[in-house]
Design a protein around this ligand. Structure first.
Ligand code: OSB
Ligand code: MG
Length: 369
């Protein structure tokens, strides 16, 4: 395969419901859709799902645009390749910048699947025809507002709810949700806001039968995660800490996790995300696929990844309508009782709605060799 044209589309869309975490707040998103075209005219789409600000990860929309346009796309345009993993060699010298790499890597996987006329899930080695989705709920102004949101998603049929927590918004909201929904699959995500001084405080969360406590401490603070895991029986899940396979290896050695959140964006693409799944499976660590409020392109890649056998916990791949009034793919992604079908058509399995993408594009760039 040879990419003869590469395009970036910076697309802006409002969220249905404003989202707040311990690290940031957002009401609309700018994601960059990546389009790779080969000589036959086949197209692979990917999505760079960076937040606007460097609060979840160090990258921003601008840094991703810079890295993709100046480094990643020129490297891809230059080379012949047979498998998506070959392209990783094109950017192996670029350190970090996982979100930017993930969008280009995903586009290459989708182009490869399109060129073989196979579903993305199939070329990844997926074995499920449907995946279970959970929802991620932000910090709300009051506990009553939160309970309204939880009820809304329980009514929509989602079997798992994750709550964002932060100092001042942890034990009480969790207590309220747990006492209203005694049987709900419930977990919490702190996005790295706590420190070792909070260990005793976090121990209180052990009494609510949570499925996991996700990323309580800073990304590089693996030792404190390992320490908390010895103090509680609730599994500790890592998100921000795991950007590479070496990070995962270190965390396993330190026994700093019992569950792994695999995000395609955070790990620099499907190639590494799949390898992390394989390693976790071998280590007996259950995984699920985390999200970054992806538009349909990135979310369908997450759905395909979640079809791998080790994804035994619900993934953050909710239906389009949970996030956006209208999505960039046609048809939109849907869920019935929290179950999302893995597309069986070639590539992403849904069409990208070019007219809608164009109508919401705020910046665009085309590169050719
Ligand atoms: O930690 O999982 C996270 C969104 C932005 C930044 C970080 C996170 C999230 C989510 C969104 O939880 C999950 C989704 O896409 O549904
Ligand atoms: Mg998280």
């Amino acid at each position: 395969l040879k990419v003869v044209a590469a395009r970036l589309h910076r697309v802006r869309m409002p969220l249905v419901h404003e989202f707040r975490t311990s690290s940031h707040r957002k009401a609309f998103l700018d994601h960059i859709l990546v389009e790779l075209e080969d000589a036959s005219g086949a197209i692979g789409w990917g999505e760079i799902a960076s937040s606007s600000d460097p609060y979840y990860a160090p990258e921003t929309v601008e840094s991703c645009w810079h890295i993709a346009s100046k480094y990643l796309l020129p490297a891809v345009l230059d080379r012949s390749w047979t498998r998506p993993a070959d392209l990783a060699g094109a950017w192996s010298k670029i350190r970090g910048n996982q979100f930017a790499k993930a969008g280009v890597d995903t586009a290459a996987w989708v182009l490869w699947a399109e060129s073989r006329q196979l579903p993305l899930a199939t070329v990844l080695g997926g074995t499920r025809s449907e995946v279970v989705a959970g929802v991620s709920l932000g910090i709300e102004p009051t506990i009553d507002d939160l309970l309204v949101q939880v009820q809304h998603q329980v009514d929509a049929g989602y079997p798992r709810v994750k709550l964002k927590i932060a100092p001042g918004w942890d034990v009480e909201p969790v207590r309220a949700v747990r006492s209203t929904y005694p049987k709900l699959d419930l977990h919490v995500d702190a996005n790295g806001i706590y420190t070792a001084d909070d260990l005793a405080h976090l121990q209180q969360l052990d009494g609510f039968e949570l499925t996991m406590i996700e990323q309580p401490f800073a990304p590089r603070d693996l030792l404190t995660h390992a320490r908390l895991q010895t103090m509680i029986s609730t599994p500790v899940c890592l998100d921000e800490s795991i950007e590479t396979l070496a990070d995962l290896e270190t965390a396993l050695q330190l026994e700093a996790l019992e569950v792994l959140n695999i995000k395609v964006s955070r790990m620099g693409g499907l190639t590494v995300a799949r390898a992390a799944h394989d390693r976790a499976r071998e280590a007996g660590i259950p995984v699920w696929c985390g999200g970054m409020h992806e538009f349909g392109v990135g979310r369908l890649a997450n759905v395909a990844l979640s079809s791998l056998a080790g994804f035994t916990l619900p993934s953050d791949v909710s239906a389009s309508e949970k996030y956006y009034a209208r999505d960039v793919v046609e048809p939109a992604v849907t869920a019935v009782d929290g179950v999302v079908q893995v597309p069986d058509g070639p590539g992403l399995g849904h069409q990208v709605d070019r007219e809608f993408v164009t109508a919401n594009t705020v910046d665009e760039l085309t590169l050719r060799p």
